[in-house]
Design a protein around this ligand. Structure first.
Ligand SMILES: NC(=O)c1ccc[n+]([C@@H]2O[C@H](COP(=O)([O-])OP(=O)(O)OC[C@H]3O[C@@H](n4cnc5c(N)ncnc54)[C@H](O)[C@@H]3O)[C@@H](O)[C@H]2O)c1
Length: 264
């Protein structure tokens, strides 16, 4: 018998949009897999999406969770308001609604402040901060109409402590902006039953860490109290908490998923 007070599936039939999940090693993918296991219907948006990647993602998720799932994969460039509005319109045409948005799309560059070109500054800001703003705005129009919805944004430890591990000052500034943007959304839209929270990860094992040498990685791990890097499944767990009713009274919060490297 199904117990509605304590559902085993935390996102049963919820329509969840996840950006930045084209790579099977990414945080976005880990989140998509866990959400599908919890009964969500998925829309995966990524700049790098194509038919082959979409088929591989769907196969991988269905193999891992052992069941068929409703998954739509769309190419979307979060830097463009038109691209975001267009993708969200397609989601509404297909599923009729959206319950949750998780923003994992992001890029990183490691450069000293004096080496950062104007073009690199603009690119990092456009993807990480403006991109988060754009897709949140497209989805919030739907959430305001239905007077419900949940947003989970991905910032970074860099935005809290001023860069330093992976990512230059432009990356840190963009992620500081994501923290601030999320708090603003939380405050403005809470009266409309819309929640928004932000996660600050550090050292999660994804392609984002590929740029570090083995020695650099060892040095960073030595400074992490848990003495290891994090798994995408562990970041996905935080996303599941924030996307589901488990966190129904949590909004405007910043959740650290960093192995204890920044305890404050
Ligand atoms: N991995 C970590 O340790 C770590 C630490 C701190 C913060 N983060 C943040 O977590 C998020 C996910 O990181 P990840 O490690 O999974 O990265 P990743 O590089 O594996 O995935 C990022 C995805 O974003 C997509 N993307 C890039 N530009 C885009 C655009 N303009 N429009 C749409 N999609 C675009 C990429 O194609 C890629 O699939 C990022 O925002 C990142 O800054 C990660």
């Amino acid at each position: 018998m199904k117990n509605n007070k304590y559902p085993h599936l935390q996102l049963e039939n919820k329509v969840c949009v996840i950006t930045g999940a084209a790579s099977i090693r990414s945080i976005g993918y880990g989140t998509a897999e866990l959400f599908a296991a919890h009964g969500a219907k998925l829309i995966i948006l990524d700049l790098a999406m194509n038919e082959q990647i979409a088929n591989d993602l769907i196969n991988q998720i269905e193999t891992q969770i052992g069941k068929k799932t409703e998954i739509v994969c769309l190419q979307c460039d979060v830097r463009s308001t038109d691209s975001c509005d267009d993708a969200i319109q397609k989601v509404i045409s297909h599923f009729g609604t959206i319950d949750c948005l998780v923003n994992c799309a992001g890029i990183v560059k490691s450069e000293g402040m004096l080496s950062i070109s104007e073009a690199d500054y603009d690119l990092i800001m456009d993807v990480n901060l403006k991109g988060t703003f754009n897709i949140c705005k497209s989805v919030l129009k739907v959430f305001v109409e239905k007077q419900a919805g949940v947003i989970v944004n991905l910032a970074s430890l860099a935005g809290q402590r001023g860069g330093g591990l992976v990512g230059g000052s432009h990356y840190a500034a963009s992620k500081g902006g994501v923290i601030s943007l999320t708090k603003s959304i939380a405050r403005e839209f809470a009266p409309m039953n819309i929640r928004a929270n932000v996660i600050c990860p550090a050292m999660i094992e994804t392609p984002m860490l590929d740029g570090l040498s083995a020695e650099q990685l060892d040095n960073v791990i030595a400074g992490i109290p848990l003495k290891r890097v994090g798994k995408t499944s562990e970041l996905a767990g935080a996303c599941l908490f924030l996307a589901s009713d488990l966190s129904g009274f949590v909004t405007g919060a910043t959740i650290d998923v960093n192995g204890g490297i920044h305890i404050h």
